[in-house]
Ligand binder design. Structure first.
Ligand SMILES: [Zn+2]
Length: 312
């Protein structure tokens, strides 16, 4: 995927989940919320525990006094850096503040020396220094500088290609299609749109060793802090068979139980990454990836037709 494959447009931030059946939502919906909250907490705990020097954080103005008080009890401070427009869903960039609309403080959490270093690196626009303070591996910082700054705000395709160079196996490879096996679930960025992730950054490769070690450290910390259930659910989800694709600024992620639509790269054509993984026993069946092929493939049963329509 190169710059010539992109259109000149960008989508406003959004992320929507569509469930195959409300029964799956009843189980996994609350789990996704808990995973998302646990990861948010882990972002701060990782700084308090010394796994990295800073984390970024947003506060609504009315929440700032309470938030700063909680951080102080963890031995951490907050430095607000700027005001950004409030948004729902997943943003690849900071929307500007619009008059009369809600906004939040964007800032940095850590100990005072690290906060100053982060503020100075922000002024210089030094992505490498910012990434280092945030604890991101050097390989992923270099990837970010090269790929993200070239306009690939959601570089899943690039990370999948790098995985192939680093020992992952191609189950199938065609123009704009890569079906991968042997990637590391811990580092996958394809569910981060809904807050399900085990590393805070986009890895340079879906087989990044440094990111995998970071995820393992964070999972160990989560268990010490009573967030073991949440990281185990996240790991289970990231181990599912999934398909990520992007077209015209919208990425779609299909999992065995739901699909996500979110703003992404404005590609002229559809690019697809399939990830080999587990399909839970109770997941719906269907003919397209990642659904298991139904036992009777040529059925006109209404329930089956419904699942197929949903999976399209
Ligand atoms: Zn890396």
């Amino acid at each position: 995927m190169t710059k010539a494959d992109l259109m000149h447009m960008h989508m406003p931030p959004f992320a929507r989940i569509q469930w195959a059946d409300p029964a799956y939502e009843a189980v996994w919906g609350p789990r996704i919320n808990r995973i998302s909250q646990a990861f948010h907490r882990l972002e701060l705990l990782s700084v308090a525990a010394g796994l990295r020097r800073v984390a970024t954080a947003h506060f609504r103005p009315e929440d700032l006094p309470r938030g700063v008080g909680e951080l102080a009890r963890m031995g951490l401070s907050y430095l607000p850096l700027r005001q950004v427009g409030a948004y729902t869903g997943f943003a690849h960039y900071h929307p500007p503040v619009e008059p009369g609309k809600p906004w939040t403080y964007y800032g940095v959490v850590g100990r005072p020396a690290a906060l100053s270093a982060f503020a100075e690196a922000t002024d210089r626009g030094d992505h490498n220094a910012l990434g280092e303070l945030l604890g991101y591996p050097a390989c992923c910082r270099a990837f970010f500088s090269e790929v993200w700054t070239a306009g690939f705000i959601d570089p899943v395709w690039h990370a999948a290609q790098n995985a192939l160079l680093e020992g992952a196996e191609a189950v199938e490879e065609a123009p704009r299609l890569l079906h991968l096996k042997g990637h590391y679930p811990e580092v996958l960025p394809v569910l981060r749109y809904i807050g399900v992730r085990l590393v805070p950054h986009i890895p340079h490769s879906l087989r990044c060793e440094a990111s995998r070690r970071m995820a393992q450290d964070w999972m160990a910390l989560a268990r010490e802090e009573g967030l073991g259930e949440e990281v185990d659910w996240a790991y289970e989800m990231l181990g599912w068979a999934m398909e990520w694709s992007v077209l015209h600024g919208i990425a779609e992620v299909r999992t065995p139980y739901f699909k996500i639509a979110t703003n992404s790269i404005a590609s002229k054509e559809k690019w697809t990454v399939r990830l080999e993984g587990n399909v839970p026993e109770d997941a719906p069946r269907g003919l397209s990836y990642p659904y298991r092929v139904p036992r009777k493939t040529l059925t006109n049963h209404p329930a089956f037709i419904e699942v197929e329509n949903w999976a399209r």
